[in-house]
Design a protein around this ligand. Structure first.
Ligand code: ZN
Length: 356
């Protein structure tokens, strides 16, 4: 199979659909990493450069607020403006790193619709000026609502997004565990496994309107936990693909699936899910740990040099400036995150599949 050739910058519209189609054929997927600031964005860009593959950079509502600064108290406004700032940062640097990027926002429940609508207003303005949207895609997670209402709001939003060539990610069923303040760890077990009938209903509702991806539940959980009674069952994705192909046609894998809660999964589980049409795997907890761990190690090892600005084990008049400078230890976090992401590219079969 010839490698897909991509140019640096943000991938949107038809080019994004071509990329998803290629990945389903090539049986690979991309990591979608949550960022909360420019350092994380830069680490993600570096990871894509090392992997020689596109990367999906995404912000949760909380992450977008944090990007603007926790100091700002109007949560929705801060998350809109933080999301815009992050997108402009990534757009500015993607070419410098020489990598293609898919820009995305993560879970938005019903109460966060004003956040997505605010981002869409900025996206429409950006489209008017540049003939492409600011973001490649947004996610709506209305899995807490009845299916009909979930699909109705998604259809309505996708009508608007299709005008500016954006892709919508939806959620069917519930991802277990806890993320960004939403705790689904006590949810009914049946909801943790999406039914093929629900995937078909979503396909029928959205296919005539625009481009979409589906985060389906197959026992996946946010966060990393000790193995419990929830079993990862990627075959659920295969059953849905088979059912839709049988009833509606549309190629070997008609649906573009998203794997939430990728952290803590084994390479075998990931490979199986990817073979059934997963094109995006979210990773957050593992990259948070990859960021924090080397910094903790640094703080522990350099502790005697971090007690005051002057004076350390080498002498009471020795300056500690070089140990205190946040650039030194912040970069350790960036490096840790980039390295962990390259591992994710490998697990997802994305190494050697692209020409940048
Ligand atoms: Zn998720």
């Amino acid at each position: 199979m010839t490698k897909m050739k991509l140019k640096p910058g943000v991938v949107t519209g038809a080019a994004l659909q071509d990329l998803f189609a290629y990945m389903k054929d090539a049986e690979c997927a991309l990591p979608a990493v949550n960022i909360i600031g420019s350092h994380g964005a830069n680490a993600a860009l570096q990871a894509a450069k090392e992997a020689q593959a596109p990367i999906i950079i995404q912000l949760s509502n909380g992450g977008a607020h944090f990007y603007a600064g926790k100091f700002l108290k109007d949560g929705i406004q801060a998350a809109i403006i933080g999301g815009v700032a992050a997108a402009l940062h990534v757009r500015t640097l993607a070419e410098a790193y020489g990598v293609p990027v898919i820009l995305h926002t993560d879970h938005a429940a019903k109460k966060l619709l004003p956040w997505v609508n605010g981002l869409l207003e900025h996206g429409e303005r950006y489209y008017a000026a540049h003939r492409e949207p600011l973001y490649s895609s947004h996610m709506l997670d209305l899995s807490e609502e009845p299916l009909a209402e979930n699909l109705e709001i998604c259809r309505h939003t996708l009508e608007r997004m299709a005008q500016i060539q954006m892709t919508l990610e939806i959620e069917l069923g519930v991802t277990g565990g806890e993320e960004d303040g939403v705790d689904n760890s006590a949810v009914d077990n049946a909801k943790l496994y999406t039914q093929p009938a629900d995937v078909l209903a979503a396909y029928d509702a959205l296919r005539p309107v625009g481009n979409f991806t589906i985060a389906a539940s197959f026992g996946n959980t946010h966060g990393v936990y000790k193995p419990g009674n929830v079993k990862l069952t990627p075959s659920i994705l295969k059953n849905s693909q088979d059912e839709i192909r049988r009833l509606r046609g549309g190629g070997a894998k008609p649906v573009d699936f998203v794997f939430h809660g990728g952290s803590g999964s084994t390479p075998e589980e990931i490979r199986e899910a990817v073979s059934y049409g997963v094109i995006k795997m979210n990773i957050d907890t593992d990259t948070q740990w990859a960021w924090t761990r080397p910094i903790k190690q640094y703080m522990d090892e350099k502790s005697p040099y971090l007690q005051s600005q002057i004076g350390n084990p080498e002498g009471e008049d020795k300056p500690n400036k070089k140990y205190i400078d946040p650039r030194g230890w912040t970069h350790l976090g960036e490096r840790g995150m980039a390295t962990r992401l390259v591992e994710a590219f490998r697990d997802l079969g994305a190494l050697g599949k692209f020409e940048l």
